[in-house]
Design a protein. Structure first.
Length: 252
């Protein structure tokens, strides 16, 4: 895990950031570090668990179609999020009652998995979720899998704590429409789920890199199974900072 904290004396609220498919190694897209700097400057301790390096994927899985990538899927990474939460609560600089979760793309899907309320006592992480994160932000997550799960077990997505989803209108990797359907169904059922869709923004709108299409990216939402567009959008980035900080200020 990587730890960053504000100057001064705590205890501070904390955010666990779960990284995207590029990981935290040399091929990282840089968004987790960008968010860490923003949040630390606003008085949060930030903890980032590395789900990939010790499992044999130091360069991430964005272009890796091998069966082994299942070993670092969102369901397994949800355990990493709660391991990071448990670690945060051992730190004297952290107020263990005020810890949030956040992730983008693969990390956004991990956030949805981690925040999904258990359907029964036999599900993984039941005890962890009962006293878990106080709030979460999922940036451009893959919502299709959650919708398919709800069709198999009818009912709206129910988070264990308030959830905010931010996604780009033009996202061709994790499209906005499934997330809109998920959020609207959850809100209609009375669950604390909000969504904001950014017009004209692509996947990774919080990046500081230009928009580009990369044919090698593994993309279940592409007709060919490959290729996706990513790139920063300054308006969406600026607004997402306001949305994320206001959301965590309210709930943490």
């Amino acid at each position: 895990m990587f730890l960053s904290k504000p100057d001064g004396r705590g205890p501070f609220p904390a955010i666990v950031i779960v990284h995207d498919c590029s990981g935290l190694g040399p091929r990282s897209g840089g968004a987790p570090d960008r968010w860490a700097r923003e949040l630390v400057s606003r008085g949060y301790v930030v903890i980032m668990p590395d789900s990939f390096s010790t499992r044999g994927f130091p360069d991430g899985v964005c272009t890796d179609p091998s069966p082994g990538r299942v070993d670092v899927g969102p369901g397994r990474r949800a355990r990493d999020a709660y391991a990071a939460l448990a670690y945060a609560r051992t730190l004297p600089d952290v107020d263990g009652r005020r810890v949030g979760l956040m992730g983008g793309s693969h990390g956004g899907s991990t956030t949805l998995a981690a925040m999904s309320a258990p359907e029964g006592d036999g599900e993984p992480l039941v005890r962890d979720k009962a006293d878990g994160f106080r709030a979460a932000v999922a940036l451009y997550p893959g919502c299709t899998a959650q919708l398919q799960r709800r069709r198999a077990a009818p009912g709206a997505y129910r988070p264990v704590a308030p959830l905010l989803i931010l996604v780009g209108e033009k996202d061709d990797w994790t499209p906005a429409e499934p997330c809109r359907k998920l959020a609207e169904a959850s809100a209609a059922a009375g669950y604390p789920v909000q969504i904001k869709i950014y017009p004209g923004a692509h996947h990774s709108f919080d990046s500081d890199r230009p928009e580009r299409f990369v044919p090698a990216r593994v993309n279940a939402n592409s007709p060919t199974g490959r290729g996706a567009t990513t790139g920063g959008n300054r308006e969406a980035w600026d607004d997402s900072i306001r949305e994320v900080t206001a959301f965590f200020r309210e709930h943490l």
